[in-house]
Write a protein that binds this ligand. Sequence first.
Ligand SMILES: Nc1ncnc2c1ncn2[C@@H]1O[C@H](COP(=O)(O)OP(=O)(O)OP(=O)(O)O)[C@@H](O)[C@H]1O
Length: 249
Amino acid sequence: MRFSDVHFSYGRKRVLRGVDWELGRGISGLLGPNGSGKTTLISLAVGALPGRGGITVGDAGTSGPNGGASPSLGYVPQSFSLVPGMSVLQTAAYAAWVNGVPRRECEDAARRALGLVDLAGRAGERVRALSGGQRQRLGIAAALAHEPRVLVLDEPTVGLDPAQRLRVREVIADLGQDRTVLLATHLVEDIAYLCRRVGVLVAGRIVFDGTVEELTGLFEDEAPEDGRALGSAFERGYERLVRRWGAGE
Ligand SMILES: Nc1ncnc2c1ncn2[C@@H]1O[C@H](COP(=O)(O)OP(=O)(O)OP(=O)(O)O)[C@@H](O)[C@H]1O
C-alpha cells in the first residue's frame, strides 16, 4: 500500500500536507498525536473521503481520491455497530456479500474468516452473546470475509480489558503474517508488540518511517528532558519526535 503526496483539508483547515508512505507486507503501525490526521488518512485510504494525491492498494486497485474502496482492502473502523439479533455467521456472511462475494459462496467465506479470528466455534451464537473482544474479532472477520490483501484497523484494542486486548493482538499478529496490515493506534504497547515498522504522522506529514528499534534509538543519546526516565525507551523516542515536529499544528 502506498500513499503519494496525499493532501486533505476540512474547509480551510489543512490536515494532511503531502503524506508519502509505503507499507510492505506485515503490520505497519500509524502513530500520531490526537488530531494529527490518522483517521483522515485512513478515511482516504478506504475511499470514504475524496482527497488530493495517490493511494495505491496492492496491485489490484486504488482507492481514495477517486472515491470508493478498493476490493483488495478490508477496513475495521474505530467504532462500528453489529446487529445484536444476527448470528455470528450471518454477520460475517452479510459482510462478504456486501463486499461482492457471490451469494452461494458467502457462507464458506464467512466460516473461513471466522476461523482466522478464532470464532469458528461461535458461528451459531447471536452477536448479543459476545464479549467486547469477541465483537472486535467479529468486526475483523467481517472485514476479512472477501479476502482482501490489505487490512486497515483503526484503534482495534481501545476499550478492551487487558486479557481481551491480548487476544485481539494475537489475532492481528497472525493476520500480519501474510497480509499488509495498517494499524492506527494511540497505544504504543500495541505498536511495540505487533509492528514491523511504524510511521509517525505529525503536522500533516509522516515525519518518521522505520522500525520500532530505530524509533527507540532515535534520541537514545539525549538525557531525559525532565530528568526522569518515564515510560519505555520507545515511548520516549516517540514523544520526543512529536514534540520536535510540533503536535498537529
Ligand atoms: N469532519 C470534520 N470537519 C472538520 N474538521 C475535522 C473533521 N474531522 C476531523 N477534523 C479535524 O481534523 C483534524 C484531524 O482529525 P483526525 O480525526 O483525522 O485525527 P486523528 O489523528 O485520527 O485524531 P485522534 O487520535 O484524536 O482520533 C483534527 O483537528 C480534527 O478536529
